[in-house]
Design a protein around this ligand. Structure first.
Ligand code: SF4
Length: 186
């Protein structure tokens, strides 16, 4: 069957949704599957974990799994923009190499042991108490009370909020720490 260009246009216009086969047979064309334009996602805002600029991000989840992270257009610092590190934040979450459990290597040991958080927090508290008690300085060289320990140091992170920093410093000063630093200054 010979089909001119004009015939072809007429046929395709008249028989939209069908396909012309050699010999004049027509085959119904299956309707394209309907994909929803927007998936149902849960969105929460957060702060980029990488640096002290503290760009705002919108994290989208589907069924409890993070599926997208993008700049928060309402955030006053970045107005929706992210640098290449922040834009690649999804790989921090969905990464088989991400450490999600407490690993402990005992003094002198060569292997890491898996521990639970209760054990780790008790151990940290115990070590802080022991170290603080063993290295407590009540009075300074001039004889004035100083009530401090120089045996423990604290390093904060860029993503600690003002409120977290306030609480950290309150707790650390109460414990007598004087070496309180920030990772961006190291
Ligand atoms: S997006 Fe880039 S500039 Fe913004 S906080 Fe993250 S690493 Fe820093």
């Amino acid at each position: 069957m010979k089909v001119s260009r004009r015939d072809f246009l007429k046929l395709s216009g008249a028989a939209a949704g069908s396909l012309l086969l050699p010999g004049g047979a027509a085959l119904a064309v299956r309707e394209a599957p309907q994909f929803p334009l927007r998936k149902k996602v849960g969105e929460v805002t957060t702060i980029c974990t990488y640096c002290a600029v503290g760009c705002g991000q919108v994290v989208a989840t589907v069924g409890g799994k993070v599926v997208n992270i993008e700049g928060d257009p309402d955030h006053p610092i970045n107005r929706g923009a992210l640098c290449s590190k922040g834009a690649a934040s999804l790989q921090i979450i969905n990464n088989p190499r991400r450490l999600t459990k407490v690993l402990y290597r005992a003094p002198g040991a060569t292997d890491w042991e898996e521990k639970d958080w209760d054990w780790a927090l008790d151990r940290i508290a115990q070590r802080i108490k022991e170290t603080r008690d063993a290295h407590w300085i009540s009075t300074g060289e001039s004889g004035k009370p100083v009530n401090r320990t120089e045996a423990i140091a604290f390093v904060g992170g860029s993503q600690n909020t003002n409120e977290e920093c306030y609480l950290w410093v309150k707790a650390l000063r109460a414990m007598g720490l004087v070496y309180i630093e920030h990772q961006a200054r190291i």
